[in-house]
Design a protein around this ligand. Structure first.
Ligand SMILES: Cc1cc2nc3c(=O)[nH]c(=O)nc-3n(C[C@H](O)[C@H](O)[C@H](O)COP(=O)(O)OP(=O)(O)OC[C@H]3O[C@@H](n4cnc5c(N)ncnc54)[C@H](O)[C@@H]3O)c2cc1C
Length: 388
């Protein structure tokens, strides 16, 4: 066992940051390298559902004030609670969170751990001793373990597991939001004021509506639990997405990448014009500057590989259709499971068997979630099936 275990993580998304928090809490030396220049330099999405298991993981990995902050800035929306201004809606541990707020909470206290503007281009194994992550600026970082937390396009996975395949599901999502003003809330029918309403139209075209309403003013909660934390964007909003198979959209993929927010909204509005007027009215509210396209992809499960000091968490190994809304929760579970095994190493367990135990568990529940998500993605969004 290495005397002072050092863990190098590539990617400061939800999985990488949760892992770093957990290791930090356990006194394990960890460094995270992120390609983006800052936490807000790229839109990473708007809203996430956290399951009770996801919340439990955050309670284990984060210092108590930060997990309390996650809870207080999450929403379990009910129309009655929103309209009456109640701050304590019923306790339901399936919640929605503002993605940027969650990421900022996960980053808190990690100033000396996370480095931005460090794009990983690959890695080098140093015999069976250490692993070195290589960066675009010519620099490098060496650890006893290298964790790929670099998302669906993982450069580490491409080098390490070149046969791992990520497939195009054939579904494209036009993803945006609008502010949850009292006027907008009035337009949302009672039955759509829940965690997420999925409305399926012709040919499995799909509209998703999801209010994100912090149960307590986020800045006020941050001032109490983490006074040094400046949250960027805390206004309540409604996530609104339109999904359809690529062949139904009036764009090639190339055109879709370049389309303006207005073109995306006009397309979603035109394609839902004949739907229930309550649905098309909400699509029409979407702010054009918030809209961007998502090309929905899925990992294809494959058998376990020989374990080394390079391992993977989250979308880097098991990206999945968002049809069930569990990808981030599974990334958090990976962070928790891997942190527990690395704590075992700190206490004397051999490194490679510990990583093997993590990967055996992760492959089982992770690929299981990929298959379940693909199944519901087919039913709800008409996505292409996973290959046999
Ligand atoms: C429309 C949509 C809705 C979703 N809704 C939900 C939901 O409600 N609930 C849920 O559980 N999941 C949801 N998901 C899935 C969820 O977003 C992902 O599973 C989750 O973000 C994965 O986290 P991650 O940390 O593995 O990867 P990411 O969040 O993708 O983070 C990867 C990080 O690595 C960085 N990076 C990438 N390449 C490099 C490099 N070369 N060098 C350095 N850094 C790099 C990236 O910039 C990024 O910060 C949804 C997904 C989509 C598309």
């Amino acid at each position: 066992m290495p005397e002072n275990l050092r863990v190098v993580v590539v990617g400061a998304g939800l999985g990488g940051l949760a892992l770093a928090q957990g290791l930090r809490r356990s006194g394990i030396d960890v460094a995270v390298y992120e390609r983006e220049e800052s936490p807000t330099s790229r839109l990473q999405g708007y809203r996430l559902r956290l399951t009770p298991e996801g919340l439990d993981v955050l309670e284990r990995l984060l210092p108590p004030p930060l997990s309390q902050l996650v809870w207080e800035t999450s929403s379990s929306p009910s129309r009655a609670a929103f309209l009456s201004g109640q701050t304590e809606p019923a306790v339901d541990r399936n919640v929605a969170v503002n993605r940027l707020t969650l990421r900022q909470i996960l980053l808190h206290g990690l100033d000396d751990v996370v480095e931005f503007g460090r794009e990983c281009t690959g890695y080098r194994a140093n015999g069976d001793k250490t692993v070195t992550a290589l960066f675009a600026d010519g620099s490098h970082a060496t650890g006893d373990v290298l964790v790929a937390a670099d998302g669906v396009n993982s450069v580490i996975r491409r080098q390490y597991l070149p046969k791992a395949h990520v497939m195009d599901t054939g579904v494209r999502i036009l993803y945006g939001r609008f502010p949850l003003t009292p006027e907008a809330a009035e337009l949302i029918p009672e039955e759509m004021f829940t965690l997420y309403s999925g409305i399926t139209g012709p040919d499995r075209q799909h509209v998703g509506i999801a209010p994100v309403h912090s149960r307590r003013p986020a800045k006020e909660a941050a001032a109490q639990h983490a006074p040094a934390l400046e949250l960027t964007s805390t206004d309540d909003y409604v996530m609104c997405l339109f999904g359809a198979r690529t062949e139904m959209l009036p764009f090639t993929d190339e055109e879709l990448r370049k389309a303006t927010g207005k073109q995306l909204r006009d397309t979603a509005v035109a394609m839902t014009r004949e739907w229930n007027p309550a649905v098309s009215a909400l699509v029409e509210l979407t702010n054009t500057e918030t809209l961007f396209p998502i090309f929905m992809r899925s990992s294809v499960p494959f058998p376990q590989w020989p374990t080394t000091a390079v391992t993977l968490i989250g979308d880097a190994i098991h990206a999945m259709s968002p049809a069930v809304g569990v990808g981030a929760n599974i990334a958090l579970r990976d962070a928790d499971t891997l942190a527990a095994r690395l704590i075992d190493v700190k206490r004397g367990t051999e490194l490679i068997p510990a990583l093997r135990a993590y990967e055996t568990a992760m492959i089982d529940y992770g690929f299981d979630a990929v298959r379940t998500s693909a199944h519901y993605g087919r039913l709800r969004l008409g996505q292409s099936p996973l290959p046999e």
